[in-house]
Write a protein that binds this ligand. Structure first.
Ligand code: NAI
Length: 656
C-alpha cells in the first residue's frame, strides 16, 4: 500500500495538531481497503485553554459515524482526557453508561458524539492514534492459525489483542494487557477479527506505521498467492430476473428497496464458485459490518422466494439460539445476495444505504477468497457476531425509528425532467423518498438532477434506442421500475387546420403521442415486476376542452389520453395503475415565456396577473401543484384508481 503523505500538502494544513489530524484522517479515508463508510477512527491529544485560563488535556476523537474521507476539524469531538482515562480503570461499564459518560465529558456542546473507541484511544500514550479495519490484516486474523501468522509477519513489533467487543470491553482488555508492555517497543495493536491501531508522537509517524503494517500484510498475502486467488468471470445480464429478485426482497423487507447489482468480473467470478454455499455463509470480514450486512448474504437459486424464506427462517433460528428474553429480533430480511452467474446484489432503502452494503460486499467477496487461499476463511464465532448485532445501543435505536417517507425505496422514471412540470415531479418524488431517474433531451438535466437519490440522463424520448438504453440503465443500477411519469411534451405552433404545416403535425405526433407509446412499451415488462406500479401520463386541458388553432397538439394529446385509457385496461390485471392528468395554464414552465403570457393576457383584455388566475377558483396553478398531484396519484391515496382523467386547472367550466 502506497503512502499518500505529501510534505507540501501536509504543510498547507499548518502546525495545528488537529489540522494535521484532519489531513492524515482523510488520507486513510481515501483507501477503501482500510476503512469504509464511517468505519475506522482517529484521534489526537492536545491541550486547550479553558475560559478560566486553565490548561486542559483533551482527546479530539472522530465523531461516531463520520466518514474519514471527508472529515472536518469540527467533526472531531473534544473529550476530557482525564475522564476517559479514569473510565478505563472501572471494572464494569455498560455501553449506555459509557456513551453517557463520554458525552458528558465533551467540552463543546455542538460536537458530535465521540467514537465508541474513545477510551481505547485515550489510554494509548501517544499524541496520534489511527485505527482502521484494513482488509488485508483482518483476513489474516480470520484464520485458524491467525495469531501465529500475525506473529510470523510482525514478530514482537505489535501487541496482539484477542477478539473483544468494541467499546469499553476492548478498551479494558487493552488497558490490562498494557500493564506489562513497553509502548515504545511496539508500533501497533492487532485486534483479532477486527482491525489494527498505530500510534506516534506526530501525525506522519502514526500514519506511516499504518501503511507499513498493512503493506506487510499485503506482501504476505501476495507471497501466498492470495491476491491472485480472486475468481473472475465475464458478466451475464438478466434485467427482468433482477426486477423479480428485487420484488421478492421488498416483500421480505415489507417495503420497497433499491437493489444495486454488482456485475463486475470479480462479483460474477465469486457468484460462480462451486463451493459458494459453504464459503459465503461463514461470516463477515469484521463485526463492524454486521449492522449493515447481517451475518451472511442470501444465496439465490432457481426459486428466489424459497431462498429468501429459507434465509429468514435460518435467521430466526439464529436469533432464537442466541437471544435472552430482553432482546427484540431485528428485521430478518437479507441485506445482500449472491446471484449465481450474475454477481452480487446489495439492498437498501435508499441509494446511500444500498451503496454502503454494495461496497462492503465488494470487499467481502475478495476477503473470503484471500482467506481461503491462506488456509481457510474463519470469521468470528456466531456468538460474537450475535453480540455485536444485538448490542444494547443497537437495540435502543429500534425504539426511535423515524417515519418512513411515503415513496421510500420506489424507483421512478420521469421524462422532460429538466424543466417545468417534469422537474417539479422529479423533486417531489425524490422528497418523498423515491429514487428518480430524470430524462431530458436537454443535457443540463444531468447537472440539474445530479443530487442525492436523483440522476439526470440526457435522452431524446423520440429516439427509441436512447429510451431503451435509459430504461435498462435504470433497472441495472437500481433493480427495477415502479413509477413512470410520461411527461415530455411540447406545445407546437398555433396554426389553424387550413394553415397546418405537415412538419408541425408530425413533430407533435412524434413527441406528444408516439414517443409515449414507445416508452410505455419499453417500460411495461419491468413495471410488471414493480412494487405497486403506477404510470401517470401528462396530457392537457386541450383534451376535454380543445382550443382553435391547436389541432396538432390537441389531437396528439387526445391520442395520448386514449392510449393511457387502453393501457389502464391492459395493465390492470398486472396491478399497474395508469392515470392521466390534464393540466392547464401552468405558467412557471418553459412552455410559457413572459412574452407569450403578455400576448395572451392582452388577447383577453386582462393583466398578466388576472390572466394567470382566469379559472373558477381564481388561483394560480404551479408546476409544484401538478407535482403534488402526481405524487398522490402514484401513492397509496390513489391505490384503487386507474384510467382516471384528473384536471389540474383551477376549475374550468368547459372541462367540468
Ligand atoms: P417545459 O418546456 O418547461 O418542460 C418540457 C421538458 O421536456 C423540457 O425540459 C424539454 O427539454 C423536454 N423535452 C422536450 N422534448 C423532449 C424530447 N424529445 N426528449 C426528452 N425531453 C424532451 O414544459 P412543461 O409545461 O413543464 O411541459 C410538461 C408537459 O406538460 C408537456 O407534456 C406539456 O404538454 C404538458 N402541459 C403543460 C401545460 C402548461 O401550462 N405548462 C399545460 C398542459 C399540459
Amino acid at each position: 500500500m502506497k503512502s499518500l503523505w505529501n510534505d507540501k500538502e501536509a504543510k498547507s494544513f499548518g502546525n495545528d495538531p488537529l489540522q494535521l489530524r484532519v489531513y492524515t484522517s482523510r488520507l486513510l479515508g481515501q483507501e477503501s481497503s482500510l476503512v469504509l463508510h464511517g468505519g475506522g477512527n482517529t484521534s489526537v491529544k492536545a491541550a486547550i485553554t479553558t475560559v478560566f485560563g486553565d490548561k486542559e488535556d483533551v482527546l479530539f476523537i472522530k465523531g461516531s459515524g463520520i466518514d474519514l474521507k471527508t472529515i472536518e476539524a469540527h467533526q472531531f469531538a473534544p473529550v476530557r482526557l482525564d475522564v476517559l482515562q479514569q473510565m478505563a480503570t472501572l471494572d464494569t461499564l455498560t455501553d449506555s453508561e459509557m456513551v453517557n459518560l463520554q458525552r458528558s465529558a465533551v467540552i463543546d456542546y455542538t460536537a458530535p458524539n465521540p467514537s465508541l473507541e474513545a477510551i481505547l484511544h485515550a489510554i494509548i500514550p501517544f499524541q496520534y492514534v489511527d485505527h482502521t479495519h484494513a482488509d488485508e490484516v483482518v483476513v489474516i486474523t480470520n484464520n485458524k492459525r491467525g495469531e501465529k501468522l500475525i506473529r510470523e509477519i510482525y514478530g514482537d513489533r505489535v501487541l496482539v489483542v484477542p477478539y473483544t467487543k468494541a467499546g469499553f470491553a476492548l478498551a479494558k482488555t487493552v488497558y490490562q494487557m498494557a500493564q506489562n508492555i513497553e509502548w515504545r517497543n511496539i508500533e501497533g495493536l492487532i485486534l483479532m477479527n477486527h482491525g489494527l491501531l498505530t500510534f506516534g508522537d506526530d501525525a506522519k509517524t502514526s500514519y506511516k506505521r499504518m501503511i507499513r503494517l498493512v503493506s506487510q500484510a499485503q506482501k504476505f498475502l501476495q507471497q501466498h498467492g492470495a491476491l491472485d486467488a480472486v475468481a473472475t468471470a465475464e458478466p451475464a445480464e438478466d434485467l427482468l430476473g433482477l426486477s423479480r429478485i428485487r420484488r421478492e426482497i421488498s416483500r421480505a423487507w415489507g417495503a420497497p428497496v433499491i437493489a444495486m447489482l454488482d456485475q463486475s468480473k470479480e462479483a460474477c467470478g465469486f457468484s460462480n464458485l462451486a463451493n459458494l454455499d459453504y464459503i459465503a455463509t461463514r461470516g463477515p470480514i469484521t463485526a463492524d459490518h454486521i449492522i449493515r450486512t447481517k451475518p451472511i448474504p442470501v444465496i439465490l437459486g432457481a426459486n428466489t422466494k424459497n431462498n429468501i424464506d429459507d434465509f429468514i427462517s435460518a435467521y430466526r433460528d439464529y436469533f432464537n439460539r442466541n437471544t435472552n428474553d430482553r432482546l427484540t429480533m431485528l428485521d430478518p430480511a437479507p441485506r445482500w445476495a449472491v446471484w449465481p452467474h450474475y454477481g452480487t446484489i446489495a439492498f437498501g432503502k435508499n441509494i446511500r444505504e444500498a451503496k454502503i452494503v454494495f461496497d462492503i460486499a465488494k470487499h467481502t467477496v475478495k476477503a473470503i477468497q484471500y482467506g481461503e487461499a491462506i488456509g481457510g476463511w474463519l470469521p468470528l464465532s456466531e456468538k460474537h457476531i450475535f453480540d455485536m448485532e444485538y448490542w444494547e445501543l443497537q437495540q435502543a435505536k429500534l425504539q426511535k425509528r423515524d417515519a418512513r417517507p411515503e415513496l421510500q425505496g420506489k424507483i421512478a422514471l420521469v421524462t422532460g425532467a429538466a424543466s417545468g412540470i417534469g422537474l417539479a415531479c422529479s423533486e417531489a418524488l425524490k422528497d418523498q423518498g423515491a429514487v428518480v431517474v430524470g430524462l431530458d433531451v436537454n443535457p443540463e438535466c444531468t447537472l440539474i438532477l445530479d443530487g442525492k437519490n436523483a440522476v439526470g440522463i440526457t435522452c431524446d424520448v423520440t429516439d427509441i434506442k436512447q429510451v431503451k438504453e435509459t430504461v435498462e440503465m435504470t433497472v441495472r443500477q437500481f433493480g427495477g421500475l415502479d413509477i413512470l411519469i410520461s411527461n415530455a411534451g411540447l406545445f407546437t405552433a398555433n396554426q389553424k387546420i387550413e394553415d397546418l404545416d405537415e412538419e408541425v403535425w408530425y413533430r407533435s405526433m412524434e413527441l406528444n403521442l408516439s414517443s409515449h407509446q414507445r416508452l410505455l412499451k419499453t417500460c411495461i415488462p419491468y413495471l410488471k415486476h414493480g412494487i405497486d406500479p403506477a404510470v401517470v401520463v401528462v396530457a392537457s386541458k386541450n383534451v376535454p376542452a380543445p382550443g382553435p388553432g391547436a389541432a396538432a397538439y390537441s389531437v396528439a394529446k387526445a391520442g395520448l389520453t386514449q392510449l393511457a385509457r387502453l393501457a389502464a385496461m391492459e395493465l390492470g390485471p398486472y396491478g399497474i395503475r395508469v392515470n392521466i392528468i390534464h393540466p392547464d395554464a401552468v405558467y412557471d414552465t418553459a412552455l410559457w415565456t413572459p412574452e407569450v403570457l403578455e400576448q395572451r393576457a392582452k388577447h383577453y383584455g386582462l393583466t398578466v396577473d388576472e390572466y394567470k388566475t382566469k379559472n373558477i377558483l381564481k388561483t394560480e396553478v404551479s408546476s409544484k401543484d401538478v407535482a403534488n398531484l402526481v405524487c398522490a396519484l402514484v401513492g397509496p391515496a390513489f391505490a384503487k384508481t386507474t384510467g382516471a382523467q384528473i384536471p389540474i386547472d383551477g376549475g374550468n367550466e368547459r372541462v367540468i
